[in-house]
Ligand binder design. Sequence first.
Ligand code: UPG
Length: 268
Amino acid sequence: MACPYAFVTLLTSDHYLPGALTLVAALRDIHPSPAISPEVDFQTVCLVTPETVDVSTIKLLRKTFDVVVGVELIAQKDEKGLALLGRPDLNEVLTKLHVFRLTQYSKIIFLDADVLPIRPLSHLFTLPHEFSAVPDVGWPDIFNSGVMVLSPGEDKFSELQDLLKAKGSWDGGDQGILNEWRGNDWNRLSFTYNTTPTAAYTYAPAYERFGKKISAIHFIGPNKPWKSIQFRAPFLSQREHPESSQRAYDYDGLVDKWFHVYDTHYRA
Ligand code: UPG
């Protein structure tokens, strides 16, 4: 019987590879195989753009994900939104919209490559809603598109393409167009499914109160855990980290969790 569920991520550049590899390892760690219950068995899928990703990277992905799907780049021509976001590097992230074309699955949990799941997520596959996500910390009336539980459909992909042609994306990335498309029609998930430990999230008492319930950490923004590898050398103290003053409460503790998975699986 075909597997109805998939965890899906996206890779459009080689330098996000540590993120994608750590994500898939974490998913397998927290959902040990064989699946406890067959109805929540799943595949891991990576969407990849062969135009911009090296063959050696794709080979590694093929070893670690169940399925690797080559997709065409979808790029934003109007760069105003990305400039406002301060992320001109995200001009190819609209490629994420291809996730709606994976119609061989009935329900998908999409996770950005900079997400670290730390508690089981597979129960989200059986949510009755067509589209679920978590409020964005920068503007909580919209959702963050780094964690989405969705039912795919070619019609949905077409609607998004049409909307993109007609209006463009107001943040230059997928999050702007996806929110424009859904409006208020999305099921709100707990922040613990997409906890964003950036400088924007500075509510330390809430972290102390609810931090133990976090299911997935999302390292949004330009500073990904794998970029900090050079700062983890023992001779560099915390004080010497160029951005330590702007970081979220317990940021280092969360980055340590990411490195624990990365080191366990990929640094023999
Ligand atoms: N990605 C790559 N290579 C790149 C850039 C992005 O593979 O060079 C993929 C990867 O899966 C990544 C995702 O696209 O995780 C999103 O990019 P990221 O840099 O992680 O974005 P965020 O900093 O998380 O920014 C926010 C949202 C994100 C959304 C983006 C643009 O969290 O979900 O895609 O804004 O709307």
